[in-house]
Write a protein that binds this ligand. Sequence first.
Ligand SMILES: Nc1ncnc2c1ncn2[C@@H]1O[C@H](COP(=O)(O)OP(=O)(O)OP(=O)(O)O)[C@@H](O)[C@H]1O
Ligand SMILES: C[C@H](O)[C@H](O)[C@@H](O)C(=O)CO
Ligand SMILES: [Mg+2]
Length: 472
Amino acid sequence: MTTYSLAIDIGASSGRCILGHIEAGRLVLQEVYRFENRLVKKDSHVCWEVERLFAEICKGIQKCKAIGIQPASIGIDTWAVDFVLLDEADERLTDAVAYRDARTDGMMEEVFQIIMKERLYLETGIQFQKFNTLYQLYALKKQHPKVLEKAKTFLMIPDYFNFLLTGRKANEYTNATSTQLVNAFTKRWDHGLLKALGLNEEMFQEIHRPKTVLGPVKKELTDCFGWEMQVILPATHDTGSAVLSMPEQADSIYISSGTWSLIGVENHFPICVTKALDYNFTNEGGLDYRFRFLKNIMGLWMIQEVKRLYDHAYSFSELVELAKEATHFHSLIDVNADRFLNPDHMIDEVQAACREAGQPVPQTPGELAKCIYESLALSYKKAVQEIEDIFERPFQTINVIGGGCQNEYLNQLLANATQKRVNAGPVEATAIGNLSAQLMALGEITDLQEARMLIRQSFDVKTYLPAEHFVQ
Ligand SMILES: Nc1ncnc2c1ncn2[C@@H]1O[C@H](COP(=O)(O)OP(=O)(O)OP(=O)(O)O)[C@@H](O)[C@H]1O
Ligand SMILES: C[C@H](O)[C@H](O)[C@@H](O)C(=O)CO
Ligand SMILES: [Mg+2]
């Protein structure tokens, strides 16, 4: 009897429901449903449509039934840092305000007046992004104190979907670390920080690790779906699942390339030294208490916005072709500037940045895409240099995973900029890592090493080498 698991991988731009099972020594994927994810304006905040997303998850489960497959388990992963609060009746008290919302503007600086930046980093090892959960909760405390007083349960986005499926309340470790409220050494909520910030410690749930079987889907949903399923915790932070699917290579750097570009290495201990702080690297939690030593680079969000502003007249591959044709055009911007986090109009913002720097101003879709891709490649190169500076040794290979690994032009730019071998794939690395954790919990895969061997045997990888005469 074949054991199937269902991965629900919801990124900032799209969600997908992917069945996985092992057959003839390979992990076989079957995408059963894909849906849009988007930011919406609600009560002057930028929010996620969590009720719609949960309805999409249920639709994905029903699509399995339609093709006659009843997965034994389901696991959900999403983007990091964002959360909802429940009241004492377990009703949702807050909208799922998105990390791109402006409510955290200035909050990080205010928190540093209460807790020294260096202490925060030494205890949590987490990068300073103004949208970290810590600053979102601090903003909520300042702007809506009554709401926070009523809050009895803190659930991150995947935790909330798990609660809707099972009725069980739990925080998952890899995603909890992204809050900047988990101690990197105890692996528990840092009650010293919670007290210093005046946050209600009781609302934080017990932290559970990936591969935990949370429990069965609740009866009223099981009656609707038609079969019983166990909810298993993958690395519910999507990048945590993506990195799980990486080859076990000590000399390689990964870029999880999607809405964000997460560039880093896998480690067995947190690195909270001053140089890591100065470079703003993070130590997010991974499977089996490994660490994802990485940093956020603005990523393909910028291209997603350009595509949207052209009313999706160009596909991603067409934008790549147009960028390739714009050989005459060269302008570079700092993609990680706050101005690109959520501008009113990304095209205007990129043009303004070029104009202010006295560079040629991109006018066409191709020139805009080329400016963004070349600037991303430059940012990747800088991050690779920082990693090699911290580890005091060179790395030979860069593994690019996620949707962005399909961008052959950017992969080549990366190989040329860093003078390193670039291995691209798999595209659905996050779902693969999600499924691997579930299949480990079900005993279908023994451990992470076996999972990584299985993944290498199952998915193609395309290699790019630095080219002397690559016309940019
Ligand atoms: N055919 C393609 N050619 C070039 N780039 C592509 C192609 N298909 C997708 N992409 C790139 O992949 C990106 C989406 O990647 P992915 O699907 O991993 O993102 P996501 O999972 O929605 O986001 P997140 O980073 O939040 O997980 C797009 O923004 C686009 O730039
Ligand atoms: C907001 C976070 O930085 C973001 O979710 C990132 O961690 C990520 O994983 C994007 O897929
Ligand atoms: Mg993704």
